[in-house]
Design a protein around this ligand. Structure first.
Ligand SMILES: [Cu+2]
Length: 179
């Protein structure tokens, strides 16, 4: 069953190239507290890294709204010139562009009462089309970078911890196939 074994190896290699780092995430704003008064959204965003393709999910009732606004309107809690407004939750908003996105509740005094959240969105992972000279800054958890196959890595220090694991698996299955 050599052919079957080869297919398994191929599958694992493909998975190791195309997998986990590219998955878009859905973030429920405020987690179980949802989109409401009395939630510290600065704290909520502080341990998260948002990427293009991720989605914000706002859970709220009829007493709240969501408006995406400019930076100055965010500071001034003004929903009058909103980029987009939503009045019926739950609302899922895809983060399709890089940069900082600003969201406030449009109900009077709710924004100044804390119903405002800003998220900094960076480029999606695993594109491989960049110049390769950019380094992630300020990230606390390591993000695995899949090898592109066309460029040789400048240093082996950038290796993801998943790579040896995958190679070990491939070696293990290869041994099974040969024996
Ligand atoms: Cu509100």
């Amino acid at each position: 069953m050599t052919i079957y074994g080869a297919e398994v190896v191929l599958l694992i290699v493909l998975l190791s190239y195309s997998g986990i780092p590219c998955l878009a995430k859905v973030y429920t704003v405020g987690d179980s507290s949802g989109w409401s008064l009395g939630v510290d959204y600065k704290t909520w965003t502080s341990d998260k890294t948002f990427k293009v393709g991720d989605t914000l999910s706002f859970n709220y009732g009829s007493s709240h709204t969501v408006s995406e606004v400019s930076s100055s309107d965010y500071d001034g809690c003004s929903a009058g010139n909103a980029i987009a407004s939503y009045t019926s939750g739950p609302t899922n908003i895809a983060l399709n562009t890089t940069g900082t996105h600003y969201f406030i509740c449009g109900v009077a005094s709710h924004c100044s009462g804390g119903m405002k959240v800003s998220v900094s969105v960076s480029g999606g992972g695993g594109g491989g089309s960049g110049s390769g000279s950019s380094a992630p800054s300020g990230t606390t958890k390591p993000t695995p970078t899949p090898p592109t196959g066309t460029t040789t890595p400048a240093s082996s220090a950038a290796f993801s911890p998943a790579v040896p694991l995958v190679f070990g698996l491939v070696l293990f299955i290869f041994k099974l196939v040969v024996s």
